[in-house]
Design a protein. Structure first.
Length: 363
C-alpha cells in the first residue's frame, strides 16, 4: 500500500496550523513539520495534532528548509503544504482516492491547482498550478531561495484538475512577507544569480512594490536571458503582461500595447491580454474599438493546467466592461443582455444590479 507523508516548514503559525493539519491527517500517513524559529505555540500545536516536529535554523533560503523537511519524510510519496493552506472535505476524499488508486512508480510527481486568492464573495480570483506531490525515491529537490520550485519532467508528471489546495491566510498576512521576499531576492541578484526564474521573480516583486522603471529593466533582462521556448509558456505570458502593465503605468501606451500583442502571440487562448487591450480603448472612450477585445476575452475558456491565471478574466470582467461599452453607445438592451452573464461570479453584485436597473430604465 502506498504511504504518503506531509512535508511542511513553519514559523509562528499558531493561528492556522491546527486547521491545515486537521485536513492533512485525514489522508496522510505521516505529518512532518519543520519549525524555523517559532516563538509562539506553533510547535506545541503541531505535536498535539500528531505531527513529527523537527527544527531547522533559518538561513533565508526556503529551498534549504523544504529539502530538510523532505529528508525527514519516510513515506513513498510526499505532499507539501503551507501552514495557511486548507483542503475541502471533498478534496480530502479525493486525496485518499489518489493515494490508493493513482500514485505509482511510473510517476514522479502530481501537479494541481493552487487557489491562491479569493474575492469578497468567496470566488477564486487567482489560480496557480503547482507541483504538489512527489515520489520520494525519485530524489527530487527544491530549487531557489524564494518562490521555490521542484523541476519535474513533464512526461513523469500527472496533471489533475479535480482536486486542489486553497491558500487561506489571515488578513494582511501575505503583505507582511513582502519585505522578506524582496530582501531574499535582492541578495540573490547581488550574488550574481542570473537564473531566468530569479530574474523574473525579482522583476515581478519590483512591479508589486511600485519600482516600475526598474521592473521593466528586469523584465527585459529576463526575455534576453530566456528566449521563447526555453521556459514555460505561462511564465513568458506573465512577463509580457507585467511589462504591459508597467509601460501603461509609465504612460508608454504604445509599448504597453506591443507587449499585449506579443502576449497574444505567446498564448492566443488566454483572455487577459485581450481584456487589457480593451481597457486601453475603454479608457480612451473608444467603445467600438474596445468591444471586440472584450468579446474575445469573454469567449476565451480558462486553459487547463496553465499557471498564473487571473480567474476574473474568464468569468465576469470582460462581460461587465463590454456591457458598459454598449451602454455608453446607448444600446441598453444589448448592455443588459451581456450584464446578466456577469451575475454568477461578480464580486459586487449590488453595483452590477444598479447598472442593470439603469439599462432597463433607458430601454
Amino acid at each position: 500500500m502506498t504511504t504518503l507523508s506531509l512535508s511542511m516548514i513553519v514559523k509562528n503559525e499558531e493561528q492556522t496550523i491546527e486547521r491545515v493539519l486537521a485536513c492533512a491527517r485525514t489522508f496522510c500517513d505521516e505529518m512532518v513539520v519543520v519549525d524555523t524559529g517559532s516563538t509562539d505555540r506553533t510547535v506545541e500545536i503541531a505535536q498535539q495534532m500528531g505531527a513529527k516536529v523537527y527544527h531547522f535554523a533559518w538561513v533565508e533560503d526556503f529551498s534549504a528548509a523544504r529539502n530538510y523537511s523532505l529528508d525527514c519524510c519516510t513515506g513513498d510519496w510526499v505532499l507539501w503544504l503551507d501552514a495557511d493552506d486548507m483542503i475541502s472535505e471533498a478534496c480530502q476524499q479525493r486525496f485518499r482516492e489518489i493515494k490508493e488508486q493513482t500514485l505509482n512508480d511510473k510517476l514522479d510527481a502530481v501537479c494541481m491547482p493552487y487557489y491562491y486568492c479569493f474575492d469578497a464573495q468567496g470566488n477564486c480570483s487567482y489560480t496557480n498550478i503547482r507541483e504538489r506531490m512527489f515520489r520520494r525515491a525519485a530524489g527530487l529537490r527544491w530549487h531557489h531561495p524564494i518562490h521555490e520550485v521542484v523541476y519535474v519532467s513533464s512526461d513523469k508528471t500527472l496533471p489533475l484538475n479535480d482536486v486542489w489546495i486553497e491558500h487561506r491566510p489571515l488578513p494582511d498576512r501575505d503583505a507582511l512577507h513582502s519585505g522578506r521576499n524582496m530582501r531574499i531576492l535582492e541578495k540573490s541578484i547581488e550574488n550574481g544569480d542570473e537564473h531566468p526564474r530569479m530574474i523574473y521573480l525579482y522583476a515581478r516583486e519590483l512591479k508589486n512594490t511600485n519600482q516600475i522603471e526598474k521592473a521593466v529593466l528586469y523584465y527585459q533582462k529576463y526575455l534576453s536571458l530566456n528566449p521563447y521556448g526555453s521556459r514555460t509558456r505561462s511564465e513568458i505570458y506573465d512577463v509580457l503582461m507585467g511589462m504591459a502593465w508597467s509601460y501603461k503605468k509609465l504612460g508608454r501606451i504604445e509599448e504597453s500595447k506591443d507587449c499585449l500583442f506579443k502576449a497574444i502571440n505567446a498564448d492566443s487562448r488566454r483572455a487577459e491580454a485581450y481584456n487589457e487591450l480593451g481597457f486601453i480603448c475603454y479608457e480612451k472612450e473608444d467603445w467600438e474599438m474596445a468591444i471586440p477585445y472584450f468579446r474575445t476575452g469573454a469567449n476565451a475558456r480558462k486553459p487547463l493546467n496553465e499557471d498564473l491565471i487571473a480567474d476574473e478574466h474568464y468569468t465576469w470582467l470582460p462581460n461587465e466592461y463590454m456591457s458598459l461599452c454598449y451602454a455608453f453607445m446607448k444600446d441598453y438592451r444589448t448592455a443588459l443582455e451581456i450584464a446578466i452573464k456577469c451575475l454568477p461570479h461578480h464580486p459586487m453584485k449590488e453595483n452590477l444590479i444598479k447598472n442593470m436597473h439603469w439599462f432597463i430604465d433607458n430601454i
